[in-house]
Design a protein around this ligand. Structure first.
Ligand SMILES: [Mg+2]
Length: 249
């Protein structure tokens, strides 16, 4: 199935190239969303609203290539050096901090991110979903582990900010979303009722931390990267197609 990439570069700019998407349409998520019981919608960015293809290509292909070039290594050796470094910091703020990686790898990570920014792409039907949330009066919060520089680049290319009430990076909160303290601190800054909130996030560790804090409605993402196979989302129901969970106006 071919779906249109909904990302845009700046106001009035041209639509980015079409991409193939294997997102399926047979979502069975109607039953898990009762919109009458939801006031706030907390949305992850990378892999949830946006195709994780960009981030995977960046960290798993471009960064190893540039690291290899800068060190005079072949790409496979560079990957063998980088993978343990990446694994060590997974789930921490460092892992999501591009200033940290610029220092660690001695590469200009923000500049490299911009180099492949044409790959930034909104998942199909996300914008209609966001419009419907707005039109039904939901409070829409983007909650992301992305560093502010990555976040700014994604917002510049997608204009997602036009659809959101609140945008929060865990770097401003001081805890990654994998830590239940993130959700408490978020509630202090931007009050929401955990019992009347829905979180959609492709990261299962994040969903578990939100559940531990008390967020009642939780959805994973069936296929965060349109170029990779769907994943097992274990104990969580998952969004396969945003049309299936878009509230009726
Ligand atoms: Mg994500």
């Amino acid at each position: 199935m071919t779906k249109k990439c909904e990302a845009r570069r700046g106001a009035g700019a041209s639509i980015l190239p079409l991409i193939d998407s294997a997102l399926t349409t047979a979502a069975d998520t109607h039953s898990v969303i009762d919109w009458q019981h939801i006031d706030s919608v907390l949305l992850d960015m990378d892999g949830t609203l946006l195709d994780l293809h960009y981030d995977n290509q960046f960290w798993q292909e471009l960064v190893p290539r540039r690291y290899a070039m800068s060190r005079g290594l072949d790409v496979n050796t560079a990957k063998a050096v980088l993978n343990p470094l990446f694994r060590r910091s997974e789930g921490t703020l460092d892992w999501y901090c591009i200033d940290y990686w610029s220092r660690e790898l001695r590469l200009d990570i923000p500049l490299l991110k911009r180099e492949v920014a044409h790959l930034i792409c909104i998942h199909p039907h996300v914008l209609d979903f966001l419009r419907a949330l707005r039109d039904t009066g939901k409070h829409i919060l983007l909650v992301t582990n992305a560093h502010n520089k990555s976040l700014a680049l994604k917002l510049e290319y997608t204009r997602l900010g036009d659809y959101l009430d609140v945008i929060v990076s865990s770097h401003d909160i001081g805890y990654p979303k994998e830590d239940p303290l993130f959700w408490r601190r978020l509630a202090e800054l931007h009050p929401y009722s955990p019992a009347r909130s829905l979180l959609i996030d492709d990261n299962l560790a994040v969903l578990r931390s939100a559940r531990a804090y008390g967020i009642q409605h939780l959805l994973a993402v069936h296929q965060p990267d349109s170029r990779r196979p769907p994943r097992d989302t274990h104990e969580f129901a998952a969004v396969e197609d945003f049309r299936a969970i878009t509230p009726a106006i």
